[in-house]
Structures are given as structure tokens and as C-alpha cells.
Design a protein around this ligand. Structure first.
Ligand code: MN
Length: 763
């Protein structure tokens, strides 16, 4: 028996329309319904239901959750007509006006791209050129989609709301899809729509999307948690009821008007807590949580501004009451009223030891903060105050902030780069750091002092030469942490360094900084860029022991420039990242070595070895019974649903196989080799120099074959610490790219003046 979502009818929708809707508004809804029903009348959904049920469901979600204005409701009813039926935007404009037509048009624009999910290129074999091309295309299309979604939200958040409600209903009815489609859609939902809902503060949509996606992505885990929750339900609810009464009594005793409730737990959030905090299901569930919503005594007689101030004060008062009644747990207090989250979430969070000695989480907020927390950007439709210019201003402010957060994006043409930028800036976790004046700046996780400098001002970024974090000097690629106090040391005049753009060096994390630096170099003259680009390329080549003149022709061809100068200028201007050049050389090297595997056969890596002959995308595993090791002859046994087991050819289990059709021919491929590469480092000696070099190497998981330091370091003349030291090391690296990356990082260590690969037998 398949679970079926009961569907909503027009009558149901009419029943839940907000009281503010006028008779004309209700009439508009009915008309939109009739036009949509007529347009979709021949269409059915995968589940077999009439297509119009989907349109009504989307409209109902918006009305029920957000009490949207009537134009949004009408547009939701019509949202699929332009794409899937002969109806045009002009038809809709004529019948329903420009606002409804504009919304339908914007939603259609988002849909007009093929509905493909972001594929994970990394997990696929890049050996198959055709496959990788398809994957790249899909990825780009989906990123293009993301770009459109983000841009449309900045223009009009109602478009995003319709899109999210559409996605929510599609997720609720996903069970009629094929399993592979279910997974794809669920993945896309987790990747794009959940962060989007979070960003817009739409908690009610967010948790539902999360739980639904989780159900299709991890069905076993979902069922397990759901079943455990169900088994515990009664006991848990009883416990919470008692706590709520206790808290309520405490509030009454202090003359505080409060609405106290238990906080529901959602399946995905339980799962994430288990994973993130390494807790068992019982431990996660043991944390009881209540929410206290408080309103000042005579709130009705206050202006909205007065009410806000009094409300905030009351929250802190209530915090004090809670803390004096139960012992607070240190480190658990978060003041999101003074420091709202990115999506404008405000509340006080604390945890105390409850009467039974177990922890109790408490959230304290006003009704207005509560609406914001649950409905985010849509809260202003729900939370009606008498005269509410306040919320309109708030909405405009919010959109302006989102626009400024994306101000770099208009300069990006490439949808992939755009998507990467949005994911980093808008969707990633944020850290909070401080300026010396005490201002709080939020940056994406992993940001560096240079990112910080560009955030303060483009000019500070350009002139940044050093940084101090918590009063200590740090390298410019230092990773900032929550609460860091950051000072930027600048020179009076000058520009950014081209090295900052080299991805491998990790000097910047934000797209904002990248775009600003690129813009700086684009403004430099081409001759200058070309000279600088050439210098950078030469020094990188010298480091890894290659000659630029041997390679330049290949590079011009591979990266499609007309001549060397153009290529140098692109590097100098930051359009072409040196890491990409090195990656190209490295890949070419690898291909030349790997001519061995016969055509149309795939190779799979096993530890240090590859195995040739396994079909693509079929998992292989070494059989336990015979544990083959190279160069013993091997053979594959195809087992039902478990991929291919790799046995020794003379394994008794193989000899016994009756159906010889299940056997496939395999052989050992190349060993994944690493090559010892001698490297020379020249540096002015200083304490900890060698340790820092060694830690760069070990961070890259590279074996250090040998290390020999000459000069002041080992001479024992500690008094002459400024002398030149030369350090010889042997690195065991798998390819050129890795070598280039490690040497690039070593060259950035303080006091290192040169590092390069020593060519054997040439000196
Ligand atoms: Mn739809």
C-alpha cells in the first residue's frame, strides 16, 4: 500500500483564505483556479491525480503558512500554466493584471531550464570523456538555475516563496516517482532549496524539506529515528507537559504574561545532532526544550517601536528569572537579540539544570521575533500591527543587505563560478570576527585576513601586507575563527599580490575578494600584466624543474590563447589561475604514463594498485578467501547485487563456479607510484623554520624522504641566526601538480627566499 497525500480542493483553499481578503480577492482566487483548471484539464500528475491538485496545493501552502497577498495566491494557482499549457504571460496579464503575470513569468523563467540536478562530477570516472561532458553540462545548467533563483529573489522574494512551496509539494508527493529520480530531486532539495529556505528565514518550510529529503536519501536511518521517536512519544510528551507547567507557574509568580510550549523535534535535526555532536539517539532526545514567548503588559497601547524595546527588555528579565530559578549551564547562553543571525533570527538561548538534574534548553523571544523565526522573510504578511511601515522598511533593508552581499556577482559571467560564490557567501556557515573598534563582521567559514580586509574596504584589501589576530602576527593565509580580533597592517600605497589569486595557496576564500583583486589587475595595463604573468609562470616552472620555453606552445594551444603574450597577460590579470596550468601539465603527464590499459576497459584503484577490466561503475572488492596480491593472476566473479569479487585465478571458490559466464577477466594495472624528488630550499635561518617546512609537507600527506640542513642551522653558531641556510629535502610526490603546490606553499613561509627542484645528473 502506497501512502497517498490527501489532496486539497478549491473549497478547502477558500476556507483557509485570510480574513483580510476582500470579496474581490476571493473572486480573483476562484477565477485563477478556473483558468488553471481549464488549462491543465487534460494533464495528470505521476500519481494519477488531476494536475490542478498540485496548483491548489501550492497555493494552500502559501496561504496557510504565510498568509500571502492575493496576487501571490493567484500566481501560485497559475504557476505551471505558461510552461505546460498553451496559456501565455500576455493572457494572464490581460485577465489578472501585471503583478500576477509578472510572478508567473518569473517562476516560469526559473523552470524553463531542464530540471536536472547538480551531479557530483568528482564521484564519477573522469576517464570517460563523454560522461564527464554530460556531467559538466548538467552541473552548469543547474548552476545557471541557481543563479536565476538568487537573482529573482533579490528582485522579488514572492517568486522564491512560490518556488519553495512548489518544491515542498513536489517533495510531499515524491513517492510516485522512480527511485533514481527521487534521489536526484531529494539531493537537489538538500543542496539548494534547504539553504535557500534557511537564508530567507523560512523555518517552517526548511524543516519540512529537510525531513522529506532525508527520508529519500537515507531511508533506513529515517525509519529508524521515526520509529524510535514514536516509541518514546508518550513518555516524552508527559515529561514536557510537566516542565511547561513548572515554567508557566514561574512566569505567573513573576507577573510575566508568557506563552510556554515544548519544542517539537524534527527527524533530520535529531540525526544531524547525533552526527555533529557524536551523541546517541537517547542523548539527543534527553535534551528537553521549551520556548517562552513573552509580551509586555500593556503592549496594545504602545507604538511598534516602543513595543520592540519593551519586548527586548522583557526577554532579558525573563532570562534572569529562569537563571535564578535553575542553575545555568556555562557556555550555553547565546544572545541572538543583540547579535541576530544572518537570516535575522532573534531569541535568547540558554540551558539550565532542571529539577530532575537533567539539562533543559530554553528559548526566550517576543511574538514578533517568533514570527520572524518561523516565517522569516514572509513574516510581515502574518504579523499584523496597526500601522506597519516598520515591516516594509525592514523588508527593503533585508533585500538591500542581500543585494550588497551579492554585489560582486554581477561581474561574474561564468555560472559555475557564480554558483560557487553564492554557496560560499550566502549559504555557507558564517564566522564572526571583530575589528579593533569592536565592530562585528561576519565572513564565510575559512575566511582569511585578506578576505577580512576586502570586506572592510576594497582599498584596505589592496594595501594589506600583514595581519594581527588577537594581538599576534599571523600569516596572510591564516584561517580566522569565531571571535578573533583582527587588525590589518597596510602599506601607504600599492596593490594586491597576484599570488593571492592562486587557489592552491589559500590566501583568500571569498568570491568578493577574488573579484576585487581581479578587477584591480584588469585595470593594469596589458604590458605590465603580461610581464608579471610571465615572471610568475617562470618562477613556478623553475620551482618544479620545467623549462617554460619547452611548454609554452602547448599551453597556448591548450588554453586557447593566440600567443604567449596573451597567455601571460591572462595570468597577470588573474583570469587564468596558475594552479590550472600546473594541473593541466600534471594530468598530461599522467595520461602519457597510463597508455597501458587496453581501450574500453576501466581501471579501478585498489590501495596502491589499479585493476584493469572492471566494468565502469561496478564496485569491486578483494575476496577474503584468497586475498590476492600482485602479481598473482586474478579473475573477477560477478555476484548478484554485490558487484565484483576479485579472486586469485586458482582460488578453490573460483574453480567451483559452475556458471563460467559470471567470471570476468581482470589484471593488475599500474602501481600508483610516487617519485622521489630532490628539492633545495634557501632561507634566512630562524627558530622553527625547519618545523614549519616539515608541517607544510605533512599537511599535504607527503612523505619526506630525507632532510639535510646546512649553514647556520647546524653549524652551532646560534649567534649568527641571520645567516643563509640551505636545506635539502627529498619529497615523495605522485605528480607535478602536488609538487608545485607544496613548493608554492614552502615559498610562502617566512624567511624562505628560494625553493626549487634539483635536477639530478645535470650538475
Ligand atoms: Mn509546479
Amino acid at each position: 500500500m502506497k501512502y497517498k497525500e490527501p489532496y486539497v480542493t478549491l473549497e478547502d483553499l477558500l476556507k483557509i483564505l485570510p480574513a483580510e481578503y476582500t470579496p474581490q480577492d476571493r473572486d480573483l482566487v476562484v477565477r485563477a483556479y478556473r483558468v488553471a483548471a481549464e488549462a491543465h484539464k487534460t494533464q495528470t500528475r505521476k500519481s494519477g491525480e488531476p494536475y490542478i491538485t498540485h496548483c491548489v496545493a501550492v497555493a494552500s501552502i502559501l496561504v496557510e503558512e504565510f498568509r500571502v497577498p492575493v496576487e501571490v495566491t493567484a500566481a501560485a494557482l497559475l504557476h505551471d500554466t505558461v510552461e505546460d499549457t498553451p496559456l501565455t504571460t500576455e493572457d494572464i496579464e490581460r485577465d489578472f493584471g501585471p503583478r500576477v503575470a509578472g510572478l508567473v513569468h518569473a517562476v516560469t523563467k526559473l523552470d524553463s531550464l531542464p530540471r536536472v540536478s547538480r551531479s557530483l562530477a568528482a564521484s564519477e570516472s573522469l576517464a570517460d570523456d563523454e560522461a564527464s561532458r554530460v556531467i559538466m553540462r548538467k552541473k552548469t545548467l543547474s548552476n545557471e538555475n541557481l543563479r536565476k533563483i538568487i537573482m529573482s529573489i533579490v528582485e522579488d522574494p514572492s517568486v522564491a516563496l512560490i518556488k519553495l512551496a512548489d518544491r515542498l509539494h513536489n517533495m510531499r508527493t515524491l513517492q510516485s516517482m522512480r527511485p533514481d529520480k527521487q534521489r536526484r530531486i531529494a539531493t537537489e532539495t538538500m543542496d539548494i532549496f534547504v539553504p535557500l529556505a534557511n537564508r530567507l528565514g523560512l523555518w517552517q518550510i526548511k524543516w519540512q524539506l529537510e525531513d522529506l529529503s532525508f527520508r529519500y536519501l537515507e531511508p533506513e536511518k529515517y525509519k529508524w529515528i521515526a520509529a524510535k521517536l514514536e516509541a518514546n512519544r508518550e513518555k516524552r510528551e508527559r515529561e514536557i507537559r510537566e516542565i511547561v507547567i513548572q515554567v508557566k507557574t514561574l512566569m505567573d509568580r513573576n507577573n510575566v504574561i508568557a506563552d510556554v510550549s515544548g519544542r517539537p523535534k524534527h527527524i533530520y535535526s535529531i540525526y544531524r545532532k547525533m552526527v555533529e555532536k557524536q551523541k546517541s539517539f537517547e542523548e539527543v532526545l534527553d535534551i528537553r526544550a521549551v520556548r517562552i514567548i513573552v509580551e509586555p503588559q500593556n503592549a496594545q497601547n504602545m507604538t511598534p517601536a516602543e513595543r520592540d524595546v519593551a519586548g527586548k527588555q522583557l526577554c532579558y528579565t525573563v532570562l534572569g528569572i529562569v537563571h535564578s530559578n535553575w542553575r545555568p549551564i556555562p557556555g550555553e547562553f547565546d544572545d541572538y537579540i543583540a547579535n541576530p543571525k544572518d537570516n535575522d533570527y532573534q531569541s535568547l538561548h540558554t540551558a539550565v539544570i532542571y529539577n530532575d538534574g537533567k539539562p533543559l534548553e530554553v528559548q526566550i523571544r517576543t511574538p514578533k521575533m517568533h514570527e520572524q523565526a518561523e516565517y522569516g522573510i514572509a513574516a510581515h504578511w502574518r504579523y499584523k500591527e496597526k500601522i506597519d511601515h516598520d515591516h516594509d522598511r525592514y523588508l527593503v533593508e533585508r533585500l538591500n543587505r542581500m543585494r550588497s552581499m551579492l554585489d560582486w556577482s554581477k561581474d561574474i559571467e561564468d555560472p559555475d563560478e557564480f554558483a560557487e560564490g553564492v554557496k560560499k557567501e550566502v549559504f555557507s556557515k558564517r564566522i564572526y570576527v571583530m575589528t579593533p573598534k569592536g565592530d562585528i563582521i561576519d565572513l564565510p567559514e575559512g575566511a582569511t585576513p585578506i578576505d577580512f580586509a576586502y570586506y572592510i574596504h576594497t582599498d584596505i584589501g589592496h594595501r594589506c601586507r600583514g595581519a594581527r589576530v588577537n594581538h599576534k602576527n599571523v600569516p596572510l593565509n591564516y584561517t580566522l575563527h569565531n571571535g578573533d580580533l583582527v587588525e590589518i597592517l597596510t602599506i601607504r600605497q600599492g596593490g594586491p599580490s597576484r599570488d593571492w589569486l592562486v587557489k592552491d595557496l589559500g590566501m583568500i576564500k571569498t568570491t568578493r575578494a577574488r573579484v576585487k583583486i581581479q578587477q584591480y589587475f584588469k585595470k593594469q595595463n596589458a604590458v605590465n600584466n603580461s610581464a608579471e604573468g610571465r615572471k610568475m609562470l617562470e618562477s613556478n616552472f623553475r620551482r618544479i624543474g620545467l623549462k617554460l620555453e619547452d611548454e609554452i606552445e602547448n599551453l597556448i594551444k591548450a588554453f586557447r590563447y593566440q600567443n604567449a603574450n596573451q597567455l601571460y597577460a591572462a595570468i597577470g590579470a588573474g583570469d587564468l589561475d596558475i594552479s590550472r596550468v600546473l594541473q593541466y601539465l600534471s594530468e598530461r603527464d599522467r595520461k602519457e604514463q597510463n597508455r597501458l590499459p587496453p581501450a574500453r576497459r576501466h581501471s579501478t584503484t585498489f590501495g596502491d594498485f589499479q585493476i584493469n577490466g572492471l566494468p565502469a561503475n561496478v564496485p569491486g572488492s578483494l575476496a577474503r578467501c584468497c586475498n590476492p596480491i600482485p602479481p598473482e593472476a586474478i579473475i573477477g566473479l560477478v555476484s548478484q547485487g554485490r558487484g565484483v569479487r576479485i579472486h586469485r585465478q586458482d582460488c578453490p571458490n573460483i574453480l567451483r563456479v559452475a556458471d563460467r559466464g559470471r567470471l570476468i577477466k581482470l589484471d593488475w594495472g599500474q602501481r600508483r607510484e610516487s617519485y622521489p624528488v630532490p628539492v633545495l630550499i634557501k632561507a634566512y635561518d630562524r627558530p622553527n623554520l625547519v618545523q614549519e617546512i616539515v608541517s607544510v609537507i605533512s599537511n599535504e600527506n607527503i612523505n619526506l624522504g630525507s632532510l639535510k640542513a646546512d649553514g647556520p642551522q647546524t653549524s652551532g653558531k646560534r649567534g649568527y641566526a641571520t645567516g643563509l641556510a640551505s636545506i635539502q629535502i627529498t619529497l615523495e610526490v605522485p605528480d607535478l601538480e602536488t609538487l608545485a603546490r607544496v613548493l608554492g606553499q614552502i615559498s610562502k613561509i617566512q624567511n624562505v627566499i628560494d625553493v626549487y627542484r634539483v635536477r639530478e645528473r645535470t650538475n
